[in-house]
Design a binder for this molecule. Structure first.
Ligand code: HEM
Length: 161
Protein backbone atom coordinates (compact mmCIF):
# COMPACT_ATOMS: atom_id res chain seq x y z
CA UNK A 1 0.00 0.00 0.00
CA UNK A 2 1.14 3.55 -0.66
CA UNK A 3 1.64 5.42 2.59
CA UNK A 4 2.34 9.02 3.54
CA UNK A 5 6.09 8.25 3.68
CA UNK A 6 6.00 7.41 -0.06
CA UNK A 7 4.62 10.81 -1.05
CA UNK A 8 7.99 12.57 -1.53
CA UNK A 9 8.68 10.00 -4.30
CA UNK A 10 5.53 10.50 -6.40
CA UNK A 11 7.02 13.20 -8.60
CA UNK A 12 5.19 12.25 -11.81
CA UNK A 13 1.87 12.06 -9.96
CA UNK A 14 2.55 15.56 -8.62
CA UNK A 15 3.01 16.81 -12.20
CA UNK A 16 -0.26 15.11 -13.19
CA UNK A 17 -2.06 16.81 -10.29
CA UNK A 18 -0.66 20.23 -11.28
CA UNK A 19 -1.69 19.67 -14.89
CA UNK A 20 -5.20 18.59 -13.80
CA UNK A 21 -5.61 21.70 -11.64
CA UNK A 22 -4.26 23.88 -14.45
CA UNK A 23 -6.86 22.70 -16.96
CA UNK A 24 -9.68 21.83 -14.57
CA UNK A 25 -9.51 24.01 -11.44
CA UNK A 26 -12.04 23.05 -8.76
CA UNK A 27 -13.16 26.68 -8.31
CA UNK A 28 -12.77 28.30 -11.78
CA UNK A 29 -13.26 31.85 -10.45
CA UNK A 30 -11.90 31.16 -6.95
CA UNK A 31 -14.16 32.77 -4.34
CA UNK A 32 -15.24 36.37 -5.10
CA UNK A 33 -13.13 38.94 -3.22
CA UNK A 34 -14.28 42.45 -2.41
CA UNK A 35 -12.26 45.57 -1.80
CA UNK A 36 -14.15 47.67 0.72
CA UNK A 37 -12.51 50.91 -0.45
CA UNK A 38 -10.45 52.31 -3.35
CA UNK A 39 -6.85 51.20 -2.89
CA UNK A 40 -3.52 51.07 -4.72
CA UNK A 41 -1.53 47.85 -4.29
CA UNK A 42 1.95 47.58 -5.82
CA UNK A 43 1.10 50.47 -8.14
CA UNK A 44 -2.18 48.88 -9.31
CA UNK A 45 -5.26 50.97 -8.60
CA UNK A 46 -8.20 48.83 -7.42
CA UNK A 47 -11.56 50.51 -7.19
CA UNK A 48 -13.97 49.60 -4.41
CA UNK A 49 -15.42 46.61 -6.19
CA UNK A 50 -15.87 42.86 -6.33
CA UNK A 51 -13.00 40.98 -7.94
CA UNK A 52 -13.17 37.60 -9.66
CA UNK A 53 -9.94 35.78 -10.46
CA UNK A 54 -10.45 33.61 -13.54
CA UNK A 55 -8.00 30.78 -12.86
CA UNK A 56 -9.68 28.68 -15.55
CA UNK A 57 -8.60 31.08 -18.29
CA UNK A 58 -5.22 31.72 -16.61
CA UNK A 59 -4.56 27.98 -16.89
CA UNK A 60 -5.20 28.06 -20.64
CA UNK A 61 -3.29 31.25 -21.46
CA UNK A 62 -0.95 30.49 -24.38
CA UNK A 63 1.35 33.36 -23.50
CA UNK A 64 2.06 31.61 -20.19
CA UNK A 65 1.77 27.90 -21.08
CA UNK A 66 2.87 28.01 -24.74
CA UNK A 67 0.94 26.83 -27.79
CA UNK A 68 0.12 23.46 -26.27
CA UNK A 69 -1.82 25.13 -23.42
CA UNK A 70 -4.98 23.13 -24.25
CA UNK A 71 -3.10 19.84 -24.19
CA UNK A 72 -2.87 17.63 -21.08
CA UNK A 73 0.92 17.44 -20.81
CA UNK A 74 2.19 16.93 -17.23
CA UNK A 75 5.82 16.94 -18.40
CA UNK A 76 5.59 20.72 -18.80
CA UNK A 77 6.19 20.86 -15.03
CA UNK A 78 9.41 18.84 -15.19
CA UNK A 79 12.18 20.94 -13.58
CA UNK A 80 9.88 23.99 -13.82
CA UNK A 81 9.76 24.72 -10.08
CA UNK A 82 6.18 25.98 -10.44
CA UNK A 83 4.30 25.23 -7.23
CA UNK A 84 0.52 25.30 -6.73
CA UNK A 85 0.38 26.47 -3.12
CA UNK A 86 -0.04 30.14 -3.94
CA UNK A 87 3.54 31.25 -4.60
CA UNK A 88 3.52 31.11 -8.40
CA UNK A 89 0.66 33.23 -9.67
CA UNK A 90 0.27 31.40 -12.99
CA UNK A 91 -1.04 28.35 -11.07
CA UNK A 92 -3.22 29.18 -8.06
CA UNK A 93 -5.97 26.52 -7.81
CA UNK A 94 -6.09 27.15 -4.04
CA UNK A 95 -5.99 30.93 -4.37
CA UNK A 96 -3.15 32.89 -2.80
CA UNK A 97 -2.44 35.24 0.07
CA UNK A 98 -4.37 35.77 3.24
CA UNK A 99 -7.69 34.54 1.87
CA UNK A 100 -6.21 31.55 0.04
CA UNK A 101 -7.45 28.07 0.94
CA UNK A 102 -6.47 27.13 4.51
CA UNK A 103 -7.06 23.46 3.62
CA UNK A 104 -4.41 23.34 0.86
CA UNK A 105 -2.08 20.96 2.70
CA UNK A 106 -4.86 18.61 3.81
CA UNK A 107 -6.53 18.70 0.39
CA UNK A 108 -3.31 18.00 -1.51
CA UNK A 109 -2.14 15.21 0.83
CA UNK A 110 -5.53 13.48 0.63
CA UNK A 111 -5.61 13.81 -3.15
CA UNK A 112 -2.06 12.51 -3.61
CA UNK A 113 -2.68 9.51 -1.30
CA UNK A 114 -5.99 8.55 -2.89
CA UNK A 115 -4.80 8.78 -6.49
CA UNK A 116 -1.49 7.04 -5.70
CA UNK A 117 -3.39 4.14 -4.10
CA UNK A 118 -5.91 3.88 -6.93
CA UNK A 119 -3.10 3.70 -9.48
CA UNK A 120 -0.94 1.38 -7.38
CA UNK A 121 -3.68 -1.14 -6.54
CA UNK A 122 -5.58 -1.32 -9.83
CA UNK A 123 -5.04 -1.48 -13.55
CA UNK A 124 -7.51 0.84 -15.26
CA UNK A 125 -9.29 0.47 -18.57
CA UNK A 126 -11.80 2.57 -20.42
CA UNK A 127 -15.00 0.73 -21.41
CA UNK A 128 -16.18 0.13 -25.00
CA UNK A 129 -12.66 0.50 -26.45
CA UNK A 130 -12.73 4.27 -25.91
CA UNK A 131 -9.30 5.81 -26.41
CA UNK A 132 -7.97 8.25 -23.76
CA UNK A 133 -7.97 11.12 -26.27
CA UNK A 134 -11.64 10.42 -27.02
CA UNK A 135 -12.72 10.97 -23.40
CA UNK A 136 -15.53 13.48 -23.01
CA UNK A 137 -13.92 16.18 -20.87
CA UNK A 138 -16.82 18.64 -21.08
CA UNK A 139 -17.14 20.69 -17.89
CA UNK A 140 -20.20 22.02 -16.12
CA UNK A 141 -19.46 25.63 -15.18
CA UNK A 142 -20.59 26.95 -11.81
CA UNK A 143 -19.03 27.93 -8.50
CA UNK A 144 -17.19 24.61 -8.88
CA UNK A 145 -16.25 22.84 -12.09
CA UNK A 146 -17.33 19.17 -12.14
CA UNK A 147 -17.42 16.94 -15.22
CA UNK A 148 -20.59 17.41 -17.25
CA UNK A 149 -20.78 13.63 -17.77
CA UNK A 150 -19.60 10.86 -15.49
CA UNK A 151 -16.27 9.18 -16.11
CA UNK A 152 -16.58 5.41 -16.50
CA UNK A 153 -13.44 3.36 -15.93
CA UNK A 154 -12.94 -0.35 -15.20
CA UNK A 155 -10.55 -1.25 -12.37
CA UNK A 156 -8.81 -4.65 -12.17
CA UNK A 157 -7.13 -5.42 -8.84
CA UNK A 158 -3.49 -6.10 -9.55
CA UNK A 159 -1.84 -6.76 -6.17
CA UNK A 160 -1.53 -10.43 -5.33
CA UNK A 161 -1.23 -12.03 -1.88
C1 HEM B 1 -8.33 19.75 -3.37
C2 HEM B 1 -8.94 20.35 -2.34
C3 HEM B 1 -9.26 21.83 -2.27
C4 HEM B 1 -9.28 22.80 -3.23
C5 HEM B 1 -8.95 22.67 -4.72
C6 HEM B 1 -9.65 24.04 -2.58
C7 HEM B 1 -9.76 25.27 -3.23
C8 HEM B 1 -10.10 26.45 -2.59
C9 HEM B 1 -10.17 27.73 -3.25
C10 HEM B 1 -9.89 27.99 -4.72
C11 HEM B 1 -10.53 28.64 -2.31
C12 HEM B 1 -10.73 30.16 -2.57
C13 HEM B 1 -9.41 30.88 -2.41
C14 HEM B 1 -9.46 32.31 -2.92
O1 HEM B 1 -10.53 32.79 -3.33
O2 HEM B 1 -8.40 32.98 -2.92
C15 HEM B 1 -10.71 27.96 -1.06
C16 HEM B 1 -11.08 28.56 0.12
C17 HEM B 1 -11.29 27.88 1.29
N1 HEM B 1 -11.05 26.54 1.53
FE1 HEM B 1 -10.39 25.20 0.16
N2 HEM B 1 -9.86 23.79 -1.25
C18 HEM B 1 -9.63 22.46 -1.01
C19 HEM B 1 -9.68 21.83 0.20
C20 HEM B 1 -10.05 22.41 1.39
C21 HEM B 1 -10.09 21.72 2.66
C22 HEM B 1 -9.66 20.25 2.88
C23 HEM B 1 -10.55 22.63 3.57
C24 HEM B 1 -10.79 22.48 5.06
C25 HEM B 1 -10.41 21.44 5.77
C26 HEM B 1 -10.79 23.88 2.88
C27 HEM B 1 -11.26 25.03 3.45
C28 HEM B 1 -11.39 26.26 2.83
C29 HEM B 1 -11.86 27.49 3.47
C30 HEM B 1 -12.34 27.63 4.93
C31 HEM B 1 -11.81 28.51 2.52
C32 HEM B 1 -12.19 29.99 2.69
C33 HEM B 1 -10.95 30.77 3.12
C34 HEM B 1 -11.21 32.27 3.27
O3 HEM B 1 -12.15 32.80 2.68
O4 HEM B 1 -10.45 32.93 4.01
N3 HEM B 1 -10.47 23.70 1.56
N4 HEM B 1 -10.42 26.62 -1.25
Amino acid sequence: MVGESDLPKVTYLDMVIKESFRLHPVAPLLIPHESTEDITVNGYFIKKSRILVNVWSMGRDRTVWSDNAEEFFPERFENSGIDLRGHDFQLIPFGAGRRGCPGTQLGLTTLRLIIAQLVHCFDWELPDAILPNELDMTEKFGLTLPRANHLFAKPAYRLVG
